[in-house]
Design a protein around this ligand. Structure first.
Ligand SMILES: Nc1ncnc2c1ncn2[C@@H]1O[C@H](COP(=O)(O)OP(=O)(O)OP(=O)(O)O)[C@@H](O)[C@H]1O
Ligand SMILES: [Mg+2]
Length: 369
């Protein structure tokens, strides 16, 4: 017998007036997952979380958590806690009092509270700050206290709305790993909202990419990145080069597409079936493009070769981003890792260099929608 999904959502819809914020969503989340909702501002992420928590009543659909239907269950009786987009700690209370708050309100006895708060602060490595007030903490420390406060009552599910939104980039990246470690230690199911695609990729066991109240794709970070289901997903998750074309042949394994750039050959995904003559877009990630000064000769492994000129070059340390204009006037973004040190300060490519760019058939994806 396969395990039932821990959170099971069917046909969930929420409208405000005649605007549909969450549109007929189905979702299965497994126990212990770190599930990420990724999408732009206003796509319905917070509304979806609020329905899971019980703060918002759906217009249609059902939510089941741990086998129990939530329709008649008020927020405080759900095995769920939510950490809000702008988590507010009580400013006049010390760290330990902030964390103890939920237990105290439930009438848990003092010795128990002391023990559990101590454990929780240890867990988020804030035990040395127990007596401080929030204004005496850094942003990252405050964020950890807020996490401790949301976890103190041991919810089975923690909903986190932009938990790292208030942190600067460096601290944010560091805290992502702390969040994952904490989740791993506790085994609590996390549903995390973010609009930052790199953060989503770092954190998630699976990602749901959301737009206009719907899910465009649900998959592991690698699935969503390597085989995006739609143009929106391809664009939203990472950078991508997109070329439109028409299918000229589709045999098992390979698809030929005629584009303004010439013929392109792609390896078909198992889900692909493209009628000859149908219009498609081809997506190739910048890091999958090979850039060379001489023409690659290893056909047929690299059938997709274009000649062009380097028009822009940005040195980013770890890698460089180049924009190459092909002979047909199409701009292609290419990233190339800076694996060797250029001690003379010179990059292997320079502006106006003539180059050949190519990509293997397996590195491109055919998109229809
Ligand atoms: N109470 C409400 N009344 C009317 N419209 C609402 C209400 N709550 C949300 N909306 C609308 O529903 C849509 C989705 O809102 P939601 O807060 O879920 O977006 P979000 O994905 O969390 O965005 P952000 O990333 O900016 O937080 C938005 O267009 C918003 O204006
Ligand atoms: Mg929101």
């Amino acid at each position: 017998m396969t395990e039932q999904p821990f959170i099971k959502v069917r046909g969930l819809t929420r409208t405000f007036g005649n605007f549909t914020a969450v549109d007929n969503i189905d979702l299965d989340i497994n126990r212990g997952e770190l599930f990420v909702l990724l999408g732009g501002s206003g796509c319905g992420k917070t509304t979806l979380l609020r329905m899971l928590a019980g703060f918002e009543t759906p217009d249609a659909g059902s939510i089941e958590i741990d086998g129990a239907d939530m329709a008649q269950t008020p927020p405080y009786s759900r095995p769920v806690n939510m950490m809000f987009q702008s988590y507010a700690l009580f400013p006049h209370m010390s760290v330990e009092k902030n964390v103890a708050y939920g237990l105290k309100r439930d009438g848990v006895d003092r010795a128990q509270i002391k023990l559990r708060v101590g454990e929780m602060l240890q867990m988020v490595e804030m035990q040395d700050f127990a007596k401080r007030k929030p204004h005496q903490l850094s942003g990252g420390q405050r964020q950890r206290v807020a996490l401790a406060r949301s976890l103190i009552k041991k919810p089975k599910v923690l909903l986190l709305d932009e938990p790292l939104g208030a942190l600067d980039k460096r601290l944010r990246e560091q805290t992502q790993f702390e969040l994952m470690e904490l989740q791993d230690k506790l085994g609590t199911t996390f549903v995390v909202v973010t609009h930052d695609q790199e953060e989503a990729m770092t954190l998630a066991t699976r990602i749901a990419v959301m737009e206009g109240g719907r899910f465009m794709q649900i998959g592991t970070p690698a699935e969503v990145y390597e085989t995006p289901a739609t143009k929106f997903v391809a664009n939203f998750v990472g950078s991508v080069n997109m070329i439109d074309g028409v299918v000229t042949s589709c045999q098992p394994g390979l698809v030929d597409v005629k584009t303004k750039q010439g013929a392109v050959t792609l390896q078909a995904q198992s889900r692909d079936e493209h009628a000859v003559g149908s219009e498609v877009s081809i997506a190739v990630r910048p890091e999958k493009i090979i850039i060379q000064k001489t023409r690659p000769e290893t056909e047929p492994e690299t059938p997709n070769v274009l000649h062009g000129t380097v028009k822009e070059l940005a040195y980013l340390g770890r890698l460089s981003t180049l924009r190459v204009e092909t002979d047909a006037g199409f701009i292609v973004e290419v990233t190339s890792p800076n694996t060797t040190r250029h001690s003379d300060g010179k990059h292997p490519f320079e502006w106006d260099d003539e180059v050949y760019i190519s990509f293997p058939a397996a590195s491109a994806v055919v998109l229809i929608a």
